[in-house]
Design a protein around this ligand. Sequence first.
Ligand code: DC
Length: 687
Amino acid sequence: MYDIPQLDLPPLHGASGTVRLPGSKSISNRVLLLAGLATGTTAVHALLDSDDTQVMLAALQTLGCRLHWQGGGDARVLHITGLGGRLLVHEADLFLGNAGTAMRPLAATLAVLATLQGGHFTLRGVPRMHERPIGDLVDALLPLGCDVQPLGRPGYPPLVVRGQPGGVLQARTPIRVRGDVSSQFLTALLMALPLAAVDSDVVIEVEGALISKPYIEITLNLLARFGIVVQRAGWQRFTIPQGSAYRSPGVLHVEGDASSASYFIAVGAIAAHGGAPLRIVGVGSDSIQGDIRFVDAAQAMGALVKSGPGWLEVHRGRWPLSALSMDCNAIPDAAMTLAVMALYAEGTTRLTGIASWRVKETDRIAAMAAELRKLGAHVVDGPDLIEVTPPEHWQAAAIRTYDDHRMAMCLSLAAFNPLAASGSGRPVPVRILDPGCVAKTFPDYFEALFGVAAAEHVPVIAIDGPTASGKGTLAAAVAQRLGYGLLDSGALYRAAGLAAVAAGISPDDEAGVAALARALPLRFGQGPEAGRTWLDGREVTEALRLESTGVLASRVSELPAVRLALHGLQLAFRRAPGLVADGRDMGTVVFADAALKVFLTASAEHRAERRHKQLISKGFPSNIADLRSDLEARDQRDMQRSVSPLKPAEDAQLLDNSDLSIEASVQQVLSWWRASGPLAGVLSSAS
Ligand code: DC
C-alpha cells in the first residue's frame, strides 16, 4: 500500500510474470449483502479486502450480522451469518464511504425492511458520494410506500429511510425505475424486493435503455445462488416470484476482479514483448463479470490473449496497437483502460456510450481528458464520448487521480512510454498523486505492477556513513516517504557474520565466509512482518542489531571475496519504483550511478550518546566512553580496509546531523532529491 502523497514511476519498458488479482468488487459487495440478508451462514472465499468492502462489512456488522474470519492471507475465509430477512437493529447511522455498490443496494434494502418491520436508518458517505445521484432509486421506492428522505440536496445522499412496524408495501403494481443513469438502481431493487415478494410476484419495469447490462447479469447470477430466480423479459421487465426468500448457498468463491484485470491485460498488450506472456490469475474464460469482455476490445487493439478457467495469458501482438472505435456501454469501467491504451495506438481511438463515467467516483470523462492532455495526447471530449490521439511529444506529468482508484491504475500505464512508437524524445517519468486511492478496489495494485514490470533505470538514493550516524533511520524514513524499497546493506554483512558463527566457520576464513555469503538464506519480512529478518528459518531480528554482530560484520566486510559474494544480492534490491540503500559503499561502489548520494556523519560524541540511549531503551546496560572508543575503532577499520573503504563519494552531499532532528535530515534529503532526482526540473514541486 502506497499511503503517500505521490509516487514517481520510472519509465517502464517490459513486463512478464504472474499477477494474482484481488476479488471482484461487484461480486464481493453483492455477496456480502445477500449473505447478510439470507438465512444461514455463508463461507465467503477470496473476498476483496478494500475500502468499498470494508464499509459494507461495517454496515452489516452494525445491522447485527455475525462475521467471523478464519485463516489468513489468500486463504482467509469470512463466515457471515445473515439476518434471515428480519431486522435485528432498527436504528443505525451508516457511513458508506464512496461505495456506490454499498449505498444503492443498502438504501433500497433498508427502505423495504423499515417499511415492513419498522426502523430509522441514515445512510451517508464521503462528500463525493453526496454528489452521486440516487434520485431515480428514491423515485422508484416512494410509490412502494417507502419513506425515503434526502438529508441535503434532493436526489442525492445522505438519506434517511424509516417506517413503523407492520407497514405495508404496495408491491402489486409494477415498480418502475430508470435504467439509463446507473444500472446500480436496478441492482438495488433486484436485491431489495425479494423481501417484498410475500403475497404476490413483484415486477420491476425499466424505463429508458438499460446501461451496463453485464452488471445486472452479475446481480441475477448471484441472486440465483441465494435462491432467488428472477424471470427476465428482455432487459425491460424483471419478475421476482412470490415466496422468494434468501437462502445461503453455504460456500461461495469470489472471482478475481475483471475490471482490475484490464490494467494487466493492457500491460501485456503493451509490454509483454520479450517472449514470455503476462499471466493473470483470478479471472478467465468462465467469468460471470461483464468486464471480461474487455479482452475482446484489447484483442481488437492488437493484444494476443489465451484463456482458461480462472486465468488469462497476454502477449503483445500488433505494434503499435490499432486505434479503436467502440461503444463501451457494456464495459464502462474497463473502458477507461482503453482510453489509456490509446496512447500506444496508431491513430485516434474513439470511445462512445460512456455517459455513466460522469457519475462515477469522479467525472471520469473530464478527469481522463485533463490527465491525458498533460501527457501530451490530443483529446476531444463530449457528453458521452472521448477521443484520444497519442502524444507527438510525451511530457513528464504529475497525474491527478481525483480520489478515483481507476484514474490512478489506468494512468500508471503511461509509465510504459519508452515503448511508444509515437512521439520522439526521451522516456518520461510519471508522477501519480495520491496513489493510495487504489485501496478502493486494489490495495496492492502498484506492488503487483512493479512485480511484473521492468524498468530500464531504477532510481537509487545512496546513504553512506559511519556506524551509529543514523543512516538506517534516515534511509527508512526517506524510502517510506517516496514509496521506495530499502536496502540495509549492513544487515547483509551482519547476517554473513552470524551465518559464519552458526556454521562454525572463522570470520577470517575468506573462502568459507564468501561461500556462505553467496547463498545467504536470508529472508526479510514483508507486509505485517516488515522489519523482521530470518536467517535459515531462524529469526535474527534482534541478533542482527547486537553490537557484537556489528563488530563481526566489520571483520567479514574486510574480505574482498565476501564483498564480491554480496554484490549481486545488493543489486537485486534495485526494483521499481526506486531504492534507498544505506551502508558504507553504496555511493562509491555498489550503486555508483545513484542519482543522489548522501554521506551522513555525526560527531563521535553524538553517535556514542545515541547508541547508548538505544541500548538502554532495549534494557542493555552500557558505558558511553566504551561505546565511543568501540565505534571509533570500527570507523578506523571501515575506513582503512583495502576494498571499498568507508569514504564519501566524490559527488556525495555531506550531511552532518549532530544537531539535526531526524525529520530535518529527512527534509534535507528530500529537498536534494527534488533538485537532483529524475523529476528534477521536469515538474515543479507544487505539481
Ligand atoms: O551499517 P552497519 O553498522 O549495520 O554495518 C555493519 C558493518 O558492515 C560495518 O561496520 C561495515 C560493514 N559494511 C560494509 O562494509 N559495507 C556496507 N555497505 C555496509 C556495512
